[in-house]
Design a protein around this ligand. Structure first.
Ligand code: HEC
Ligand code: HEC
Ligand code: HEC
Ligand code: HEC
Ligand code: HEC
Ligand code: HEC
Length: 328
């Protein structure tokens, strides 16, 4: 036989031997016993921990977050859609907190012609001034409009209660005589109901206001809110504010989505800022920043403000003319 044919046969034989050895060593016992199906592996697959858990799994440890999420619009978006698969959590580490919410949220909310109308959509260029979505929206309770408290109070009864208990601090006509105490005249009734209820329940606290609010019944709160909303918010110009109103105006662009360009917003559940006392505005902004006053929307926007920013914003809003209230 010619040498090259022998070499070829040896090569083929060696290849065959390697193939056979590989088959004996590396194939599972049930190889091709059931066609393509690896029936012997069922137990092995079943023994694996599921990669995705359910929201009920998260509930056992993150009950507060779960309660907020399940009561709001995102209850159809599971926790793991945003936080990633829970496999091995918490034993093997924390789950990531999405840092870039503009990227995450626009996956589902960016305006697209093909997207079903039922899924809320926004024009990224027009909406939110390029800020992170989580600045204004709480990802676990994203809807902002809030529940607008119904106000059905009797202003005359509110006036009586005011004269008895509130006028000493908030002024006979709802314009406070003291820079650190807020004006109430012309404030949105729905906001007043909400904030008085918060003082009453203890969700918001203040050494002076908390004891006052605890004496009020639900009817009193309704009446007082109706009364204050009807008062003229025109206040005599107070002394020069500490901040720079022009610098405040530029910063206020970030607040306009909710409080309006000049502090006269459109949502009655949110407070008017125009014409409010500058010192009060600055104090309450600092309270939000320190986490002493809690609100999911305000918590995000005040996070990055310096003391100087706060003074400038306060000066700007205090100098704006309040009302007439825009309703839309
Ligand atoms: C057995 C309890 C347990 C379960 C179940 C659980 N977690 Fe956690 N989770 C923890 C603990 C403990 C931490 C660490 C908290 C810390 O160190 O601040 C944590 C941290 C996190 C963090 C990071 C928080 C931070 O401040 O860095 C996220 C996000 C998170 N979990 C999401 C989830 C999600 C989503 C689920 C459900 C799929 C889930 N967890 C299920 C116990 C649990
Ligand atoms: C739509 C996306 C989304 C969904 C759904 C979602 N999260 Fe989050 N979660 C976020 C984002 C974004 C943050 C960071 C919040 C921030 O920056 O204010 C966060 C923060 C957290 C944190 C850390 C909070 C902190 O302040 O340290 C925990 C814990 C958490 N989420 C748990 C859950 C659980 C449990 C669920 C389901 C019940 C859930 N999340 C559903 C997007 C989501
Ligand atoms: C996986 C897709 C998905 C992601 C990611 C997602 N959302 Fe949503 N979001 C939805 C759906 C679906 C609804 C409507 C739920 C319903 O009310 O039926 C919704 C509702 C909302 C609403 C309420 C709109 C309204 O007026 O009713 C807001 C606001 C919102 N999302 C903001 C956000 C923000 C901010 C983020 C990022 C932290 C985010 N979403 C991430 C799917 C998503
Ligand atoms: C500066 C604050 C701000 C930022 C930042 C912001 N939003 Fe909004 N968003 C609002 C306000 C205000 C509304 C209207 C709420 C209302 O009056 O009901 C709104 C409404 C929405 C709605 C409901 C729209 C509808 O038609 O029902 C969605 C969805 C939404 N935002 C998603 C996002 C996403 C996604 C991002 C990040 C890319 C984002 N938002 C950033 C303030 C903001
Ligand atoms: C002893 C003085 C005092 C009395 C009396 C008083 N308040 Fe106040 N009130 C305050 C102070 C101080 C604040 C600001 C608290 C803060 O900075 O958190 C305030 C805040 C408020 C706010 C919140 C305003 C805003 O813009 O958020 C409302 C509403 C209010 N008071 C209503 C009332 C009513 C109604 C009464 C009468 C039942 C009353 N107050 C009696 C001192 C008083
Ligand atoms: C996403 C909507 C939103 C944005 C953006 C926003 N706010 Fe607010 N703001 C609110 C809500 C809601 C409240 C009522 C909070 C409460 O009930 O405690 C509030 C309350 C306030 C108060 C308290 C008013 C009072 O009478 O007690 C001040 C001051 C304030 N905001 C200033 C600002 C400033 C300054 C900015 C911009 C840097 C800003 N807000 C941006 C929603 C917003």
């Amino acid at each position: 036989m010619p040498k090259h044919v022998v070499r070829l046969l040896i090569l083929l034989g060696a290849g065959l031997a390697v193939g056979l050895i590989a088959k004996w060593l590396f194939t599972a016992e049930s190889f091709y016993e059931f066609g393509h199906y690896r029936a012997d592996s069922v137990a092995e697959i079943a023994a694996k921990e599921p990669v995705l858990q359910t929201a009920a799994y998260c509930q056992s440890c993150h009950s507060e977050r779960h309660a907020q999420w399940s009561a709001n619009n995102h209850k159809t978006v599971t926790c793991e859609t945003c936080h990633g698969a829970a496999e091995g959590h918490p034993q093997k580490g924390k789950l990531p907190i999405p840092a870039d919410t503009r990227k995450l949220c626009s996956l589902c909310h960016e305006k697209m012609a093909e997207r079903p109308r039922t899924q809320p959509q926004i024009d990224l260029a027009q909406h939110g001034a390029g800020q992170q979505c989580a600045t204004c929206h709480n990802p676990h309770a994203p809807k902002l409009a809030g529940v607008v408290a119904k106000v059905s109070g009797d202003a005359a009864a509110g006036r009586k209660k005011h004269a008895e208990s509130c006028a000493s601090c908030h002024g006979t006509n709802g314009i406070s005589p003291n820079d650190t105490w807020p004006n109430l005249a012309g404030q949105n009734a729905a906001y007043l109901v909400r904030i008085l209820a918060a003082y009453k329940s203890g969700a918001q606290t203040d050494v002076m206001m908390s004891p006052m609010a605890q004496t009020l019944g639900d009817g009193d709160i309704q009446n007082l809110a109706a009364y204050y909303e009807g008062l003229s918010c025109k206040a005599p110009a107070s002394g020069k504010a500490a901040g720079d109103a022009a610098a405040g105006k530029a910063l206020a662009q970030n607040c306009a989505a909710c409080h309006g360009e000049t502090g006269v917003g459109t949502n009655p559940a949110w407070p008017q800022l125009a014409g409010q006392k500058a010192v009060y505005l600055a104090n309450t902004l600092k309270a939000f920043r320190a986490g002493l006053r809690k609100d999911p929307m305000m918590a995000g926007v005040v996070r990055g403000l310096s003391d100087a920013d706060i003074a400038n914003l306060a000066a700007y809003y205090a100098a704006q003319s309040c009302g007439p209230r825009k309703t839309s």
